[in-house]
Design a binder for this molecule. Structure first.
Ligand code: ADP
Ligand code: MG
Length: 341
């Protein structure tokens, strides 16, 4: 009898492990890399594959709706409309725009959804030249800055539309759309019955459930000065999101100075506060993505104050202290992650 039970148990285990479908697809979307890994004990390999492909389609749709690099996106249409002219938006674009305006308010404009003209001016936008050969003049910076201010964005929830109240104001969702696409991809997977998955787009990541081994998904946070396998820290993600913004990619050098793609809307210039990496942990990737960009501008002091005031949000902020040295600190809820600066 006892032997039978053991044999029965062994059979169950084989049947169970034999039934795990595992799909991993990597590709490119929104001008960056995308990766989805999903495992399922209830879906067939085909069903899981289809769910992952649909999740990738959802992310592509976000790009089509919101990219300023596409003339036919809703955001490009909004940016071409006359001042005060209302533009009807899809539920997705409307949702992201409202989230972006809210983060703009929350960060006191450190993240600013209208930063576009400055992003273009400093060489990181759709309207920028391919190569920047000299820094813009103070006059150019002041002129572009005049069109920046999230309070110029008007939204109308009843009619799901938006407008800008002045000429020259532009919406740039570059700092939030990737995170939103991650959220949307996760929503598609969940809707298809996927319970365990990891979605990553250009460093913005969300996880549900566990890995095939039944462990949290391990995310290494890149060290600003060292290549993998060295990491600033490693985070085990179960049901949550993580977004990282860094100064070590999308930068250029002019006359020995580095110019980051993160712009401080107050100065109208790329940040000079030495912040080199910001990681935000939250429940929603759109928020984490935008907040990571905002905290890059705010810096460790002010940034941590904001994080500690936001329930469910944690952060790790690192800044450069010398040519090859950094320091880092974590918010209260993130102190359990050992940092190796
Ligand atoms: P990171 O992962 O480093 O945050 P992202 O691509 O998520 O990079 O965000 C950077 C993008 O956000 C820039 O390319 C630009 O379009 C936009 N951006 C730059 N500075 C700001 C800012 N202060 N507020 C809002 N968006 C910004
Ligand atoms: Mg970001």
């Amino acid at each position: 009898m006892r032997r039978l039970r053991i044999v029965g148990l062994a059979f169950c285990l084989i049947a169970l492990t034999g039934c795990i479908a595992h799909v991993e697809i990597a590709g490119e979307v929104m001008g960056t890399t995308m990766k989805i890994e999903a495992v399922s004990r209830s879906l067939s390999k085909d069903e899981l594959n289809r769910a992952v492909l649909d999740a990738i389609e959802a992310a592509k749709k976000v790009d089509g709706l919101m990219s300023t690099w596409r003339d036919d996106s809703e955001i490009s249409k909004l940016n071409r409309a006359g001042p005060g002219e209302w533009v009807a938006l899809s539920p997705e674009t409307y949702e992201v725009l409202v989230k972006a305006v809210n983060v703009s308010k929350k960060t006191g404009g450190a993240f600013d959804v209208t930063v576009g003209p400055l992003v273009d001016l400093w060489g990181f936008g759709a309207k920028s030249p391919a190569v920047v050969t000299k820094a813009p003049t103070d006059e150019q910076v002041e002129a572009a800055k005049a069109a920046v201010g999230y309070e110029h964005i008007l939204v109308d929830a009843n009619n799901r539309r938006a407008a800008r109240d002045a000429a020259g104001v532009e919406v740039d969702l570059g700092g939030i759309a990737k995170g939103y696409a991650v959220d949307l991809a996760i929503a598609v997977l969940k809707d298809r019955g996927v319970k365990d998955a990891l979605v990553e787009i250009g460093g913005e990541t969300a996880a549900i459930g566990l890995t095939e081994k039944g462990e949290p998904w391990l995310i290494g946070i890149r060290h600003p000065n060292r290549p993998p396998p060295r990491f600033l820290t490693t985070v085990g993600l179960e049901n949550g999101v993580i977004a990282t913004s860094g100064d070590y990619f999308n930068v250029y050098e002019l006359k020995g100075r580095l110019y980051s793609h993160i712009i401080d809307p107050t100065t109208g210039k790329p940040i000079t506060n030495n912040v080199c990496s910001v990681t935000v942990l939250a429940k929603e990737c759109a928020l984490a993505d935008a907040l990571a960009t905002g905290l890059m501008v705010m810096g460790p002091e002010e940034g941590m104050k904001l994080v500690e005031s936001m329930p469910g949000v944690e952060a790790i902020i690192a800044w450069r202290t010398g040519k090859d040295t950094i320091e880092a600190k974590a918010s209260r809820g993130a102190r359990r992650y050992r940092l190796s600066p």
